[in-house]
Design a protein around this ligand. Structure first.
Ligand code: ADP
Ligand code: MG
Length: 386
């Protein structure tokens, strides 16, 4: 789950990671009040969207006075901000963060991610802050210093020192850097983050270290033990269909193709997407309705797939195990009653109660094509949408 910069900074504060003073605002008037309460300018007004590169897209403005803050907020709020990370459609800005502008001496990068290869958190620090880390990694990988942390031992002081010295910080900055890194790591583990990225981490002219930006992603699978964090979710930032799917406990991810796929089991769903591609078409979604899905979940899944206007054909690929074929068929039939199906449907059904499932579909009045096996199903649906 992604959260906004202002929310990330609230969390950082709780873990004693220093951030600029600031507050979120939803109207230009509120933004002005925040600036007045902060006191001395200059201020920075920052668009809050779940994407980076805001500076380049015009979503970050410096303002000298509360009045200028109001004007800047007026321009930013309600704008559709396009950045290299939003795609051409951009994102609507509903909130701004107003904070004290810092006099920047140096911009660094600090990030913690879970490295799936070593199955351990990796700390990365770079003197090339403010730039996209992927670009730094591609062009000047020697500027990225890494430390892999044994999660049972935690981040050791020597590791934090290696990073701080490695990016060329002077002696008086080693101590604050070490505690910055240590605190960020504590937050990363305590909150079950999947990513904690501070870019830039700045050294100010006064010699302070501050998190100027905060990109914090939380592990969805751990949210059940952080109910307070689940509330940070912003539905406006989510794909509406993905949001709807989550309400029904469906694992649905929207993709850019035009073949909707209804599958049970994540592995089978992945294989189905591969087959759709192998047949020369593109999947419109990943959907694992799950092993123990009810007819109602199938109905919701089918409805969500069809709600995507990109979808020009649907492939139902079910291997009935715990989810029986008749339950699936009943779910599909129910969905068909609720929504009009205007696209061709290909069904590949095998496993428990397959005969019964086929019978239910056949008697439903729904027009569909039966496939003999998975590859046949993928070829047929690809041919139909072309
Ligand atoms: P993004 O990554 O989306 O572009 P950042 O928060 O990293 O947004 O801000 C981009 C740039 O704007 C920073 O690299 C920094 O130069 C400037 N900036 C952001 N916040 C402040 C601040 N509080 N004071 C001074 N400059 C800032
Ligand atoms: Mg940034």
């Amino acid at each position: 789950m992604k959260i906004h910069e202002y929310q990330g900074k609230e969390l950082l504060k709780k873990f004693q990671v220093p951030v600029p003073r600031g507050e979120v605002a939803e109207t230009p008037q509120e933004a002005r009040t925040v600036a007045e309460e902060l006191g001395n300018g200059p201020f920075v007004v920052k668009a809050q969207i779940h994407a980076g590169g805001r500076g380049k897209g015009g979503g970050i403005k410096v303002a000298a006075t509360p009045e200028e803050v109001e004007n800047a907020a007026n321009r930013i709020l309600g704008m559709t901000l396009v950045t290299p990370q939003t795609g051409p459609e951009g994102r609507l800005v509903n909130k701004v963060l107003v904070e004290q502008a810092q006099e920047i001496e140096k911009e660094l990068y600090l990030g913690i991610v879970l490295d799936r290869t070593s199955a351990q958190p990796v700390l990365m620090m770079s003197s090339a802050g403010g730039m996209e880390i992927e670009e730094v990694a591609a062009r000047t990988p020697e500027l990225i210093i890494k430390e892999t942390v044994d999660p049972t031992a935690g981040c050791m002081p020597y590791q934090a020192r290696n990073l701080a010295f490695g990016v060329g910080l002077g002696p008086q900055l080693i101590r604050p850097a070490v505690s910055f890194i240590d605190n960020l790591y504590r937050m990363f583990t305590a909150l079950d983050c999947s990513l904690a990225e501070i870019n830039p981490l700045v050294v100010t002219k006064k010699g302070e270290m501050l998190a100027l930006d905060a990109k914090i992603n939380l592990d969805d699978n751990a949210l059940f033990r952080h109910h307070d964090l689940a509330a940070l979710e912003d539905p406006e930032e989510m794909d509406p269909l993905e949001h709807e799917a989550r309400k029904h406990h469906l694992n649905y991810i929207r993709l850019s193709g035009n073949i909707g796929a209804m599958v049970n089991g994540a592995g089978l769903a992945m294989a189905t997407m591969d087959l759709i591609k192998a047949a020369g078409a593109e999947p419109a979604n990943f959907l694992d309705v799950g092993g123990g899905a009810s007819a109602e979940m199938v109905t919701n899944g089918f409805r969500i797939i069809l709600a995507d206007p990109q979808v020009k054909g649907v492939l139902i690929n079910i291997f009935g195990g715990i989810l029986r074929c008749d339950v699936l068929a009943n779910g599909v039939v129910q969905a068909v009653k609720e929504v009009q199906v205007k696209v061709p449907i290909i069904v590949r059904l095998e496993g428990t109660n397959v005969e019964l499932g086929r019978e239910i579909l056949q008697n439903s009045g729904l027009k569909f094509t039966v496939a003999t096996d998975m590859m046949d199903a993928a070829r047929k649906v690809a041919a139909l949408v072309q």
